[in-house]
Design a binder for this molecule. Sequence first.
Ligand code: PMT
Length: 401
Amino acid sequence: MGTVNTRPHVVLGVTGGIAAYKACELLRLLQKGGAEVQVIMTRNACEFVNPLTFETLSGYPAVTDTFDRPERWSVEHVAMAKWADLFVIAPATANILAKMAAGIADDMLSTTVLATAAPVLVAPAMNTGMYINPATQANMNVLRNRGIHFADPASGYLACGDTGVGKLAPVEDIAARCFELLGRKQDLNGLRVLVTAGPTREMLDPVRYISNRSSGKMGYALAAAAKARGAEVTLLTGPVSLTVPEGVHAVSFLSTEDLLNAMLDNAALNDIIIQAAAPADYRPVNVETQKIKKQHGEPFVLTMVENPDVAATVGAVKRDNQTFVGFAAETEKVLEHAAKKLEKKNLDLIVANDVTAPGAGFDVDTNIVTLIARNRQQSLPLASKREVADAILDEILRIRA
Ligand code: PMT
C-alpha cells in the first residue's frame, strides 16, 4: 500500500516581470512549509529567469507552453490544473490579469489557470501607471468578484525608477497567504451546508406576480465558498439568472410556500443552514385562474395575506448541533431590527445589511454586513460577496468551535 501523499500541491505561475526572480524565493518558502511545487512560466518569464533554475529548485520540469511535451505530463493540458490544491501566480503582470478576466487561454499558464478548480491567488507586480490604469483595476475587480484571492502589491521604489504602488508583495506574505488558503481549503470537510438564495414570486394570475430585487448573488457566493472549503452543499434557489456552482445540489422554489416545503424537506439533514433568500412576507389572498382584466379606470385593490416565516418555522425545531444563520435586509435601524430577528427566529448568527447603502444588498457584486452572534458583533467593510461569504463561514466555524 503506497504512502498517501499528504503534501499540498501548489502550481506556481511565473509571468514576465522584473520580479520573476523573486518567485525562486517564494518556491523555496512553499517547499519549506511542506508544499510540493510545480512551475509554469510564460515565454516572457523565461526572458527574466532561466527555466532550469525552477527545475532545479522544484525537481519537476518547468512547463513553459501548451505545446511542450513535458515527459511527466499527459498530453491533456489540464493535468496540472487537476494536480493543484492551490494555484498562485507571482508575479502577476497586467497581461495575465487581463487574460484571466477575459477567459483567454493562449498559453500553458492562462490555459491551466482557466481549467483549475483549485483556489487561485495572484500577486500583481507592475509599473504604478499600469497598476492604477482603469483597465487593470477593472480586470482585478472582475477577478475579485469571481473569488480570485489577491496578495496586493506594496509601494516603494520600482525597478523602472518610479516610486509608487506596484512592487510585488513580500514573498513571505505571499507564502503565508498560500498556507492560509491551503489550510482553509478543507475546514468545512464533512459538514452538510444548506443555503437559500434569491427572490420569491407570488402569483396574482397566470401572467402577473409580485417579487423583489434579490438576484441570488449573495446566496450563490455562500454556496460556492462552502463547496470550495469542502462542505456538501444544497442550494434552495429562487428564480435567478445565475449558474449553480459546480458540485452544488440545487432545488428550485418560486413562492415562499414552495421555499417552506423545500426547507422542511432538507433542514434536518444539514449541520449548517444559511438563509440568504428574500422570501415575500405576503401573498395575494386570491390567485386568479384567468388574467385579471383592467377595470376601466377603477383603482385595482389587491388584498394580501401573511406568508409563513420560513426561518422562524425551522428555527423552532433546530437541533443543538445545528447552526442556523439568517440575514436582515433593513433600510433603517439596521442593527436594532437585526438583533430582534436573531432572537425571534432562534438564529445563531444574523447577517445585517442596509440594502439602501451603495455597494450593499440587492443585485450588486459587493456587500457591507455586520455579523451579529449571541455573544459577538463584527462589522465588515465593503467587500465582494464571495469575501463576505468566506467571512460568514469563518464566523460560523467560530460559533461551532
Ligand atoms: O440576492 P442578492 O441580490 O445578492 O441580495 C442579497 C440580499 C440583500 C437578498 C441578502 O443579503 C439578504 O439580505 N437576504 C435576506 C433578505 C430578507 O428577506 O431579509 P428579511 O430581513 O426580510 O428576512 C430576515 C430573514 O428571514 C432572512 O434570512 C430571510 O431569508 C428570512 N425570511 C424572511 C421572510 C420569510 N417569510 N421567511 C423567511 O425565512
